[in-house]
Design a protein. Structure first.
Length: 367
């Protein structure tokens, strides 16, 4: 590594079992609370109450105390933009100097005219040195592998605490990766990412945001990908840029799954089939591809079939528990669990608590 340093609320359900189809697709996608608390770390450093901005974004302020809670992508994007405007800082007060409102637009305009993705990433790295001097971004290739490295130039934990430092890396990688994917007009698969912090409680989401091959405890952040991606042409013109900037920079968060077409299509088919759980061969047949091709396409988007299935069932389970009074056993059956105890074990793995405890907490019960 030394050579590379240098506005919706949580998903809602429209009704009961016949009147209550399980939500899913893009509207059902959710974000772990850890990404929210990390984003708010700078606000806390400034002694500001997060309640008003959370409520304005459609996120119940009391959910901040629940690490197992999740929020919709729409609400997360709304919080992203509102918080940036509230602080006059699109980097959320996490760094020694603010990234002034309009900084992301200038960055996007600076890179949109690049000829290739390599040129665009190089421009990004140089531009970010001005916008965010606390972080150093480098891009390169070695043989058939490309890499993106992000390192601190000053200790971020001293500025915004460990939660703020973790989110700073999560946010900056997502910003660079999301913008690069948009420039290329396709999802760019990250083969592996090493993060320079301990594994966070919300690490299960990393497989859908970054890659399933996410590791922790590195000296600097390093994301690896196929080197030929650097040769991709930039496919966006001025008209596309103007459309993209509407709702930016929070719009980057909507790329959480929308830049992953195969993941979304598999997720939608699985949701439509519930409570049945088709296997990979059946889903591949419905998509008119071979099982091997489907496996490869999911891998290219940094996901696996089982991971997509479990993420879908997790999101639907959390929504059902939060928004209905359906018995836990019924929810388990609707999600394809023949044995409620299997659902119980899965839910504990997802949240660290039993389904009944999760529902009690949401209802205002004692921990």
């Amino acid at each position: 590594m030394a050579d590379r340093q240098g506005r919706a609320k949580s998903a809602t359900l429209p009704g009961g079992r016949q009147a209550a189809p399980l939500p899913g697709g893009r509207r059902g996608a959710t974000v772990a609370m850890g990404f929210v608390t990390g984003m708010l770390a700078g606000l806390g450093r400034l002694g500001r109450d997060p309640g008003p901005v959370l409520a304005a974004a459609g996120i119940p302020p009391e959910s901040l105390a629940d690490p197992a809670a999740r929020v919709s992508i729409a609400a997360y994007a709304e919080l992203y933009n509102r918080l940036g405007r509230e602080l006059g800082d699109e980097a959320f007060g996490l760094f020694s100097q603010p990234m002034r409102v309009g900084g992301f637009e200038l960055l996007a305009r600076a890179v949109a005219g690049a000829g290739t993705l390599a040129e665009a990433l190089d421009r990004m790295a140089r531009f970010l040195r001005v916008l965010l001097p606390d972080m150093a971004v480098r891009v390169g290739r070695q043989g058939g592998q490309g890499w993106l490295a992000i390192a601190e130039t000053r200790p971020l934990a001293a500025i915004a605490g460990e939660a703020g430092r973790t989110f700073a890396y999560e946010w900056l990688l997502r910003l660079i990766h999301g913008l690069a994917s948009w420039l290329a007009g396709r999802g760019l698969a990250l083969e592996a990412v090493d993060f320079p912090f301990a594994q966070p409680p919300h690490a299960a989401d990393y497989g859908l945001i970054y890659t399933a091959r996410s590791a922790f405890g590195a000296e600097v952040l390093e994301a690896r990908f196929q080197a030929n991606l650097l040769d991709l042409p930039v496919r966006r013109d001025e008209a596309a840029l103007e459309a993209f900037l509407v709702g930016a920079p929070g719009r980057i968060t909507t790329l959480y799954r929308r830049d992953r077409d195969t993941v979304q299509r598999v997720r939608d088919l699985l949701r439509a089939a519930l409570p049945a759980l088709p296997g990979l061969p059946e889903i591949a047949n419905r998509l008119h591809v071979s099982p091997r091709s489907l496996h490869r396409r999911l891998a290219e988007e940094g996901a696996g079939f089982r991971q997509v299935k479990e993420a879908l069932r997790r999101d639907l389970a959390l929504a059902r528990l939060a928004k209905t009074r359906a018995p836990v056993a019924m929810i388990a059956a609707e999600l394809g669990y023949a044995d409620p105890s299997a659902f119980y074990r899965a839910f504990v793995d997802w949240t660290g608590m039993a389904p009944s405890d999760y529902r009690t907490r949401l209802a205002g019960g004692q921990r």
